[in-house]
Design a protein around this ligand. Structure first.
Ligand SMILES: Nc1ncnc2[nH]cnc12
Ligand SMILES: [Zn+2]
Length: 338
């Protein structure tokens, strides 16, 4: 394996644009929070829990993911979760994060929105002050629930609009197309928010078309199956739309058979603005640098690919042009040295 490339991937400044904060809940923290909150777990040890992280598809993962959240009850729990993630990615030279949270999964368990947002944001603000990691917070709707539930959640979030930067759509994709949420996202747009939705992870290219045509998305999360439709690829290229690709997630959820078949380099070759992200790092075997490492190990990644992937993330981030330029200058500096 190419040690030089690995070192460069590790050292380069990075933005992470596709991260579910609940998916960064490591088994050790599950047990710690379960004990603190008196929650009974179905697993006898950290190892037993980790052993359950074997999935054949998205739904098998989601069942474990929603069960894992049962330990998140208090503001401090959401803070601890987010703070652990930020400290972890600080080691990976991540300098900007745009993270999702799934409020409906917590509201269903009786956890108020202000508890969730306040804990997550307290850690994000501390991360900005102490670790120099800037952030955006994205409220993600659960697509297996109804559009009315999403609309209610959007209304419930009204007092917190100034603490949110955008809206997303995640959970079980097949059978829950973007068009199901057309009214919700039209409202989000009216309110002036940016939008990014999971599309083409397991769902067909048509779901990506719907995200573009019916939701007017600003980014696509995953987007892998766009590669099946050349017209769609050209449209995404023409629009310069960022794809937040998640290699280890794709492997663990059997979206790709093995890493050597991952489409990310073909995406770059076609001019798609692909980026590298961890999705749910506690469940999929690694954080951002682990994703880069897996790509370098199994695909003919070059220095130019690394640069393009890192640059795409800064360009696709929901930050000002001046901020993008500052990050890209720093990226250039690291590449000139390395
Ligand atoms: N990879 C993923 N796809 C859809 N919903 C998710 N929620 C958390 N991770 C997800
Ligand atoms: Zn995701």
């Amino acid at each position: 394996m190419n040690e030089e490339l690995l070192q460069l991937a590790e050292a380069m400044p990075k933005a992470e644009l596709h991260l579910h904060i609940e998916g960064s809940l490591e088994p050790e923290l599950v047990f710690q929070l379960a004990e603190r909150n008196g929650v009974k777990l179905a697993y006898s040890s950290v190892d037993a829990l980790r052993a359950a992280y074997a999935f054949n598809n998205l739904q098998e993962f989601l069942d474990v993911y929603y069960a894992g959240m049962s330990v998140l009850l208090k503001e401090q729990d959401f803070y601890d979760l987010t703070w652990a993630y930020l400290n972890r990615v600080h080691q990976d030279h991540v300098v900007h994060v745009e993270i999702f949270f799934d409020p409906q999964a917590h509201l269903e368990r009786g956890i108020p929105l202000d508890v969730q947002i306040s804990g997550i944001r307290r850690a994000l603000e501390q991360g900005q002050a102490e670790l120099g990691i800037s952030f955006r917070l994205i409220l993600s709707f659960l697509r297996h629930l109804s559009e009315d539930s999403a609309l209610e959640t959007l209304e419930l979030a009204r007092p917190f609009y100034d603490q949110l930067d955008g809206f997303g759509l995640d959970s079980s994709e097949q059978g829950h197309p973007p068009e199901k949420f057309a009214r919700v996202f039209a409202r989000c747009k009216e309110l002036g928010f940016r939008i990014t939705v999971h599309a083409g992870e397991e769902g067909p290219p048509d779901y990506v078309y719907q995200a573009l045509d019916q939701l007017q998305v600003d980014r696509i999360d995953h987007g892998n199956r766009s590669m099946e439709d050349e017209v769609l690829v050209q449209r995404l290229v023409g629009a310069g739309l960022t794809l937040t690709v998640c290699p280890l997630s794709n492997l663990k959820l059997c979206v790709v058979k093995d890493m050597a078949q991952h489409p990310i380099l073909s995406m770059l070759k076609k001019g798609l603005k692909a980026t590298v992200n961890s999705d749910d790092p506690a469940y999929f075997g690694g954080y951002v640098n682990d994703n880069y490492r897996a790509l370098i190990q199994h695909l003919p990644v070059t220095r130019d690919h690394l640069y393009q992937l890192a640059r795409n993330a800064f360009e696709g981030a929901w930050i000002s042009d001046d901020e993008k330029e500052a990050h890209i200058n720093e990226l250039n500096r690291v590449f000139a040295l390395g």
